[in-house]
Design a binder for this molecule. Structure first.
Ligand SMILES: [Zn+2]
Length: 227
């Protein structure tokens, strides 16, 4: 196995074309175009998602144990505010990650960076496309066997928790059990998402830095040989 100079992934040395990105081994290394650093935004995203996950659960327990409607309302509005910030950070992270993968694999991705964000707001599409967008980022970086089950756990708990939340919205008085189940599902979704975001971005940043360093070195060599 050798490292492909185009996509920076391990590929077979025997064939002329990389089986991952399709680029020829002797083809000149192309420019990456716009790329984004992802490590810092991944840390903030994971942190906020985990805060939302635990905050939501804490608010339910606070509501059932302590009889303080004012305090609970304040608590819940903080969680809602956290949710909005977490969603913004997550979409920013997703856009950057998909764009980087597009650059590294020469635009072979099935979901574009823009659609990976836009699809969240299109009813129907938002049940499938976001999962595909996130999975194409994860599968590029994480090869371990747990990546798939963790991703499936994240998405099923996120979708079922969100649907249960919407259903409770139409109830006059949701039962405490319903609230605990909904928040527990969203807490599982939050913790798994945080884990996936951090691990994937750590790997992607290493790969991106390597690709950028290779291109910088080649550009330097070209300047030296031409002068
Ligand atoms: Zn390649």
């Amino acid at each position: 196995m050798v490292l492909c100079p185009h996509c920076e992934r391990l590929t077979t040395a025997a064939s002329d074309a990389c089986f991952r990105c399709g680029s020829g081994r002797l083809e000149p290394v192309r420019s990456l175009g716009r790329t984004y650093s992802v490590r810092k935004v991944a840390v903030y995203t994971a942190l906020l998602i985990d805060l939302v996950a635990l905050g939501g659960l804490a608010a339910v327990f606070y509501g059932t144990r302590v009889h303080d409607p004012m305090g609970l309302a304040a608590f819940e509005s903080i969680v809602v505010l956290e949710e909005v910030v977490a969603m913004g950070l997550f979409l920013n992270w997703l856009y950057r990650s998909v764009r980087n993968i597009e650059a590294l694999t020469n635009g072979q991705e099935s979901v574009s960076a823009a659609w990976s964000v836009g699809s969240w707001f299109v009813p129907g599409c938002n049940l499938i496309v976001p999962l595909r967008a996130v999975w194409q980022v994860i599968v590029e970086e994480l090869s371990s066997t747990w990546a798939f089950p963790v991703t499936v756990t994240w998405w099923t708990s996120f979708v079922s928790g969100s649907l249960l939340n919407v259903w409770m919205w139409f109830q006059i008085e949701p039962t405490p059990a319903e609230m605990v189940v909904a928040k527990a599902l969203l807490a599982i979704a939050g913790l798994t998402a945080g884990w996936l975001v951090l691990h994937t971005s750590w790997r992607q940043q290493i790969r991106l830095d390597r690709a950028l360093a290779r291109r910088a070195a080649l550009a330097h060599k070209r300047v030296r040989t031409s002068s």
